[in-house]
Design a protein around this ligand. Structure first.
Ligand code: GTP
Ligand code: MG
Length: 421
């Protein structure tokens, strides 16, 4: 196994930059560049280039095998965050035999290989690094801490026990079975199925917390949609003018709304028009708004809004009459944001452990098998077949944490990691 190294902190100038080295030769190799402190004790050390020149002075930490992020021996160098120092240290590491630069996500991949994390925790970690808002942080942290892994363990235990109960029936097939196990088996299947269904139901919202909600600003031309977007963004994102039909493309602004990631969409004003480009813009506006999580309509002329809009506000309400909004003066803008925030917050369920499509898919397959099993149980299907459905359902759930058949998933998951993680 190679010993790998990479900068673990972001590229560029910073107060401190961390370079991480992991692998069987980490201690011996880095030991040729600096005097190593005892394990898990930080010490200030001069770091040499291997030819007698000093590269930097920084904190050095050694984590022994089994007590590091990757599970391998790890050495971390906390250097001055200068691009030149980091580059020089990386070059010195590259000259050490058996050392090579790490691929994207390779440290985490080794942590997975050494069972320091399971597959869902790897996904939680990826989300945590990406997290920009409070809701994203909380969701990712729950998954990284093992909440989903525990839940999967609970479901599988229940199913394994249920199929064991059925197998007891098989063993006693010729004799009189001491107790009827069916009610107990049925209750366990029901409990797991209900719990799976609630996770599946929460998936759409959990996915939104991860990827962000979309809120479309719609309305007739000149209502002040782009002016409102600029007011919320606090910068000139969209062109505005008194010419009706200014906006053609859909413009996006990402904001943090009470911890929820929200992308606001400014769209083309909706009206009948002969202009080919404008009508293409209107078509785009309609289709993006349809897919959005929430639609806000700015009303200018009292014309009735499309049926599916969620919030209707009187536009250009500079005088501040009840319920109106003005991007120009800012009147009503924070009330609108509060309203959007509370509508979206209601859609975020308490339990949201299924954060990826592959989790939802495995849970859906398992729930379907449990439905077949419970129908079978009720209609007198032979216990062997019911037990088989339960085992299959349990294998579907095992895929989530990476028990089986996940090799092809790994490339996809790790491809999205950054180098140094
Ligand atoms: N008095 C007043 N004028 C506004 C307000 N909002 C926008 N306007 C003006 O109305 C005109 C149209 O504003 P835009 O923001 O471009 O309107 P829009 O809805 O994006 O228009 P389209 O992109 O053409 O659909 C501009 O001249 C703005 O300065 C407002 O709240 N009060
Ligand atoms: Mg506009």
């Amino acid at each position: 196994m190679d010993t790998i190294f990479a900068q673990a902190t972001a590229r560029g100038k910073s107060g401190v930059a961390v370079v991480r080295v992991s692998g069987p030769d980490a201690v011996a190799g880095v030991g040729t560049l600096c005097a190593l402190p005892e394990a898990r004790r930080a010490a200030l050390r001069k770091i040499y280039d291997g030819n007698g020149g000093i590269l930097d002075e920084g904190l050095v930490l050694v984590f022994p095998e089994g007590s590091s992020f990757t599970g391998e021996p790890v050495v971390e160098l906390q250097l001055h965050g200068s691009i030149a120092i980091v580059q020089a240290v990386l070059r010195a590491l590259d000259r050490i035999p058996a050392f090579r630069p790490a691929d994207a996500g390779e440290f985490t991949r080794r942590a997975l290989g050494n069972q320091r994390l399971d597959l869902v925790q790897v996904e939680g970690l990826a989300d945590l690094i990406e997290a920009e808002t409070e809701a994203q942080r909380l969701q990712a942290q729950a998954v990284l801490a093992g909440a989903l892994s525990e839940k999967v363990g609970e479901w599988r235990n229940n199913l394994i026990e249920a199929s064991a109960l059925l197998e007891v029936t098989l063993d006693f097939a010729d004799e009189e079975v001491p107790v009827d196990v069916k009610p107990e088996v049925a209750a366990r299947i029901r409990a797991v199925k209900t719990s799976l269904e609630s996770e599946i139901a929460g998936f759409a919202a959990a996915e939104r917390v991860r990827d962000g909600f979309e809120v479309a600003i719609m309305g007739p031309p000149n209502a002040g949609k782009s002016t409102l977007l600029n007011a919320i963004a606090k910068r000139p994102v969209a062109l505005t003018s008194e010419i009706a039909g200014t906006t053609r493309d859909v413009l996006e602004v990402r904001i943090d709304l009470d911890g929820l990631p929200v992308t606001l969409l400014d769209t083309a004003g909706i009206r009948e028009t002969q202009d080919v480009l404008e009508s293409a813009g209107i078509e785009l506006a309609r289709s993006r708004a349809r897919q959005a999580d929430l639609r806000v309509w700015l009303d200018l002329d009292g014309a009735s809004p499309p049926d599916d809009v969620d919030i209707v506000l009187r536009a250009q309400d500079d005088k501040g009459s009840l319920g109106g909004i003005s991007g120009k003066t800012g009147h009503g803008v924070s009330a609108l944001l509060d309203q959007i925030g509370s509508v979206l917050a209601e859609r975020v369920p308490q339990s949201r452990l299924a954060i990826r499509e592959r989790h939802r898919s495995a849970m859906t397959r398992a729930a379907r098998l449990l439905q077949i099993a419970s129908d079978g149980l009720e209609h007198g299907l032979v216990p062997e077949l019911v037990a088989e459905q339960l085992r299959d359902a349990s294998s579907c759930l095992a895929e989530i944490v990476g028990g089986i058949d996940v090799e092809d998933l790994l490339g996809e998951i790790f491809g999205r990691f950054c180098i140094g993680k």
